[in-house]
Design a protein around this ligand. Structure first.
Ligand code: PMP
Length: 413
C-alpha cells in the first residue's frame, strides 16, 4: 500500500506552474509537502460540509480551511449579508457603522471584554496584544510557552530564517501546564514582566495535544495580578469552537486581552483583539492600523456568523458531533487492535498512530481517508464545523473504519 495518491494531468500541471512562479511551489501551513504525496494542493469550491479539489474530487471537510469555516462553506446567511454589503462598499475612507455593531457584539458575548479592535490575521492580533501589554505596563518581557504557535511575526514565527535573535530578547519561555517553569521565567524576567501569553490548550502541531490544567490557568491569573502584568489568551485557533465566549470562560479564568481570528467571520478575513478596561487607555495610544483592517464585508460576515452561532446552539452541536467522531474512531481502532491516540479538544481533535512508525501510519491513514472522500491532516489538529450533521458523523465513521482496516491490512499495529 503506497502513501501516494495519483493526480490527474490538471493537478500535475497546476503544481508545475506553481513551482515556476511561487517560491518552493507553495509556502506556509497550506503547503501539501506537510501532508502526503499527491495530497490536493488546489481547491475549486466549497459548499456546506464539502470541498472539491482542482481535479473535481469531493471530500467531507474536517479541516475547515484550518479553522475559519465554522458554519460550513458558503453558508447562505453569511453570503447574503456579504452580498448586501458588497453592493454598498467594502474598503472606504472610514469604516462602515457595522464596526461599532461588531465591537458591541464582541463586548456582549465575551465576558472579559470591554472593548474591541479589528485587524486581518491572527498574527496581527497576537502581536498587537504584546504591544498593548508593554504600553500598559511600561515593561518589556513577555512570557511565552515553548513550542506554542502565535503566528508568523518575527517574535513568534516557528523558524529563525531571516529573523535576528534580537527580535526575541524580551521573551522568556515556560512549559505549558508547568507552574514551576512559569516561576523560573518570571524570576529570569527580573521584575520586568509585561504579560504572559497562553493558548486555551496546548495545540502545537505535530505533537499530542494537552488540555489545560485548571491549577495552571488559575496560577497564571494570580501571578499576573500579583505582578500587575497582563494575561493574554491566544484564542485565534480555539475561539468559538470551545465556548460561545472566550475559551477559558468554562473554567472561569478571565484574561485581560484575547486575540481572535480564524472562525469569527466564517472564512472572511478578520481578526479581533479584545481587552478589559485595565488596558483600554494603552490600546488607544498605540499606533495600530492596516489598509484593509476597516473593510466592512468581513465585519458583516462576522455579525452573521455570531448570529448563527447564538441562535442555533452551534457550540454544543459541534461538541456533540465531534465527540461522537472521536469516540467512534477510538472504538474502531481499539476493536482492530490498532494503537492510536486521539488528543485535544474534540472539536479540534488530533489523531496519531503510536509506536515506532507513528508518522508513516498516521500519514497513510490520512491519505486513505482522502482517497475515500474525507479530508483530514496527519500533523495538525482537525476542525469540526456546525455543518457536520448526525448523518455525516455516520458517513465519516464509515470512512475512518475503512481507512483503519486498510492500514491494518498494510501492517499498522
Ligand atoms: N495563534 C494561533 C493559536 C494560531 O493557531 C494561529 C494560526 N494558525 C495564529 C495565532 C496566527 O494566525 P494567522 O495565521 O491568521 O496570522
Amino acid at each position: 500500500m503506497s502513501v501516494a495518491l495519483r493526480m490527474n494531468d490538471n493537478g500535475r500541471s497546476l503544481l508545475e506552474r506553481a513551482q515556476a512562479v511561487i517560491p518552493g511551489g507553495m509556502y506556509g501551513h497550506q503547503d501539501t509537502k506537510l501532508q502526503w504525496p499527491g495530497a490536493p494542493q488546489f481547491f475549486d469550491r466549497g459548499h456546506g460540509p464539502y470541498i472539491w479539489d482542482s481535479e473535481g474530487k469531493r471530500y467531507i471537510d474536517l479541516m475547515c480551511s484550518y479553522g475559519p469555516i465554522l458554519h460550513g462553506h458558503h453558508h447562505p446567511a453569511v453570503e447574503a449579508a456579504v452580498m448586501r454589503q458588497m453592493q454598498q462598499a467594502d474598503c472606504q475612507n472610514g469604516p462602515a457603522p457595522v464596526m461599532i455593531d461588531l465591537a458591541e457584539r464582541f463586548v456582549n458575548v465575551v465576558e472579559h471584554a470591554d472593548w474591541a479592535m479589528f485587524m486581518k490575521n491572527g498574527s496581527d492580533a497576537t502581536t498587537l496584544a504584546l504591544t498593548i501589554a508593554r504600553a500598559a505596563t511600561k515593561r518589556k518581557k513577555i512570557l511565552v510557552a515553548k513550542g506554542a504557535y502565535h503566528g508568523a511575526a518575527p517574535w513568534c514565527t516557528p523558524n529563525m530564517h531571516g529573523i535576528p535573535e534580537e527580535e526575541r530578547v524580551h521573551l522568556a519561555y515556560y512549559e505549558y501546564n508547568n507552574i514551576e517553569s512559569v516561576e523560573v521565567a518570571i524570576a529570569a524576567a527580573d521584575g520586568d514582566v509585561a504579560g504572559i501569553i497562553v493558548s486555551p490548550f496546548r495545540h502545537d502541531a505535530g505533537f499530542d495535544q494537552e488540555l489545560v490544567d485548571l491549577r495552571f490557568a488559575r496560577h497564571l491569573r494570580t501571578r499576573c495580578d500579583a505582578l500587575k502584568a497582563l494575561l493574554i489568551l491566544d484564542d485565534v485557533r480555539c475561539g468559538f469552537r470551545m465556548a460561545f465566549g472566550s475559551s477559558w470562560e468554562p473554567i472561569g479564568v478571565q484574561p485581560d486581552l484575547s486575540a481572535w481570528s480564524k472562525a469569527i467571520a466564517n472564512g472572511y478575513p478578520l481578526a479581533a483583539l479584545l481587552g478589559s478596561d485595565k488596558c483600554r487607555e494603552a490600546a488607544s495610544r498605540v499606533f495600530a492600523t492596516g489598509s484593509f483592517w476597516f473593510s466592512a464585508v468581513p465585519m458583516v460576515a462576522s455579525m452573521a456568523t455570531l448570529d448563527l452561532l447564538a441562535s442555533e446552539g452551534g457550540v454544543e452541536q459541534m461538541h456533540d458531533s465531534a465527540s461522537a467522531i472521536t469516540r467512534g474512531m477510538l472504538d474502531q481502532a481499539n476493536s482492530m487492535g490498532l494503537h492510536v491516540s486521539v488528543t485535544g479538544h474534540p472539536t479540534m481533535t488530533y489523531l496519531t498512530f503510536r509506536g515506532e512508525n507513528e508518522r508513516y501510519w498516521t500519514t497513510k491513514f490520512a491519505a486513505e481517508c482522502a482517497r475515500l472522500g474525507l479530508y483530514i491532516h496527519p500533523r495538525h489538529n482537525w476542525f469540526v464545523s456546525t455543518a457536520i450533521t448526525r448523518e455525516l458523523v455516520s458517513e465519516i465513521l464509515a470512512i475512518t473504519e475503512k481507512a483503519f482496516m486498510a492500514v491494518k491490512k498494510a501492517g499498522a499495529t
